[in-house]
Design a protein around this ligand. Structure first.
Ligand code: ADE
Length: 231
């Protein structure tokens, strides 16, 4: 059976995933992580809440890969919109992921480039991107394919947001996806990030986030579920 790992940072982001799994067994794993091993439509699914930020995301991803060797890794959750035109509830399907808070520009490197790595822009699996787009349209969700950037910062500043768009051409920003992508890439594991917009990363971001985290998380989870239906 196909084994799929689904990682979310927070309870708000993993709740709906756990709800549609059957035969769930909770396994207390390393580093305080709780793995929910379950089934969905004949698939074996491991759902895990990694906690907030890149380090939590990275260590969790490596542990999931080591323990379960999943065929693919999906990161589900919410994000702040960076590209103009994105609206709350829209879903961003990652084609690429990059860590926006990596900065060795003192040495002349562009922002977001990790020195001495072959690449710092991690490519999501093309077939998964296609599948996610198809399912998004079927579900009537507003989906876009674009770059997801991650950093250990909640962005709530119009100037910063504009700079991130200029520097990275990102669709949205969050705090885990690119770390998950990075770990998957160095382990040659296919990945996809599915992020729904909870706020526009400007001055109103906190209010908007509080109001819309639940509905945005539901859209992202619905898309993931729809993808599993076609697997
Ligand atoms: N997750 C949701 N909104 C975000 C934002 N504005 N910045 C970082 N992570 C987020």
């Amino acid at each position: 059976t196909t084994r799929i790992a689904i990682i979310g940072a927070m309870e708000e982001e993993t709740r709906e995933i756990e709800q549609f799994l059957t035969h769930v067994e909770k396994i207390e794993g390393k580093a305080g992580l709780a793995f929910m091993e379950g089934e969905y439509g004949g698939l074996s699914v491991i759902a895990v809440r990694c906690g907030i930020g890149k380090v939590n995301a990275a260590l969790c991803t490596q542990i999931v890969l080591d323990l379960y060797d999943p065929e693919l890794v999906i990161n589900v959750g919410v994000a702040g919109g960076i590209a103009p035109g994105l609206r709350v509830g829209d879903v961003v399907i990652s084609d690429k992921a990059q860590q926006h808070d990596v900065d060795t520009s003192a040495f002349g490197d562009p922002k977001g480039v990790i020195p001495r790595m072959e690449t710092s822009v991690f490519q999501a699996d093309p077939e998964l991107i296609q599948l996610a787009q198809k399912v998004g349209h079927r579900l009537g969700l507003s989906v876009t394919v674009g770059k997801v950037i991650s950093g250990d910062q909640f962005i709530a500043d119009e100037g910063l947001k504009k700079a991130l768009f200029q520097d990275f051409g990102a669709s949205c920003t969050e705090m885990e996806g690119a770390a998950i992508a990075h770990v998957c890439a160095v382990n040659q594991a296919p990945f996809l990030l599915i992020r729904s917009i909870s706020d526009a990363a400007g001055e109103q971001a906190v209010i908007s986030y509080q109001d819309f985290v639940t509905t945005a998380a539901a859209n992202a989870a619905a898309l993931v579920r729809g993808m599993l239906d076609e697997k």
